[in-house]
Write a protein that binds this ligand. Structure first.
Ligand code: 9MG
Length: 281
């Protein structure tokens, strides 16, 4: 998959037609701990098939939890969780697969085994990541995070959240280009919930369109996050309506990829948005 597929020339009368739905497949210990264990492995494949049938365009596999407070996982464990599943998905389904990782070795192995996109919440800042991506041609999502998952929600602070994140994107775009990664391969993500207060998350969502000035596709990931749960006082199992509302706002703000747990419901919401965007007689 090339980012040109993610960022086609906007058609003014059909602005939402090119939005892609990225279905989340977490293979962290809280979902399952070992890609070699068949029952869990099989249930992951069933989940992938369901997401594809529900209309997912991309499956995002994550082998390291990035939740606030989450512990880091070592390279070997992450490889064991991600690579067998990636290989199985690519052999069974015709679907674009994204690998959510911040480790150069996991990126390298994933690309060898057919990953179509790399999704890095640390925006290729870890050692060796820029070099691995420079040796390949896959698109990469650069996400903004203030701090690290273990501590990021302690006291997030910005002078101006939009300007600060824009500056971060500009510096990462420059680092990528200097390393030999063409700008046309990049996707930008402001990183909802990653070092942002509740209020800051909604300021970001309301102004997401401002990042379009950087000329790259925007990915938005708000699904079931605390920004939904804390606003509505809803447990993680009760955040569907709030998550759909944030997805619709993100699409209206021009996001080209929406990262979600609830694919079917988000595809339906997107279709409603597309219906009102059709030209009238
Ligand atoms: C892995 N992961 C968790 N949340 C995410 C988000 O909002 N964006 C991206 N790109 N990845 C995320």
């Amino acid at each position: 998959m090339s980012t040109s597929k993610l960022n086609p020339a906007e058609s003014p009368d059909k602005p939402f037609q090119q939005v892609k739905i990225m279905g989340i497949l977490n293979v962290t210990p809280d979902s399952f701990s070992d890609g070699g264990k068949f029952s869990h492995f099989d249930s992951a494949l069933i989940q992938v098939e369901t997401m594809i049938n529900d209309g997912a365009d991309i499956i995002d596999i994550g082998g390291e939890s990035t939740r606030p407070g989450a512990a880091e996982v070592n390279e070997q464990d992450e490889l064991k969780r991600v690579i067998p599943l990636l290989k199985a998905i690519k052999s069974k389904f015709d679907i674009c697969v994204s690998i959510d990782t911040s480790k150069a070795k996991v990126m390298e192995e994933s690309i060898i085994h057919g990953a179509d996109v790399i999704n890095d919440v640390r925006a290729l800042q870890n050692e060796g990541c820029l070099a691995v991506l420079a040796q390949s041609s896959v698109p990469v999502c650069l996400m903004h995070m203030q701090g690290l998952p273990r501590t990021m929600q302690a006291k997030p602070q910005y002078d101006n959240i939009i300007a600060d994140i824009k500056k971060f994107f500009e510096s990462r775009i420059q680092a990528c280009e200097q390393a030999g990664i063409n700008k046309s391969r990049l996707i930008l993500d402001p990183g909802f919930g990653f070092g942002k207060t509740l209020e800051q998350n909604y300021q970001l969502l309301a102004q997401l369109a401002k990042f379009k000035a950087l000329g790259l596709p925007i990915l938005s990931g708000t699904s079931r996050k605390s920004m939904v749960g804390n606003l509505l006082n809803r447990d993680v199992t009760e955040r569907l309506s709030g998550s759909l509302a944030t997805a619709i706002i993100a699409m209206q703000q021009g996001a080209k990829i929406i990262r979600v747990h609830d694919v079917k419901e988000t595809v339906d919401a997107l279709k409603v948005l597309q219906a009102v965007a059709q030209p009238t007689e």
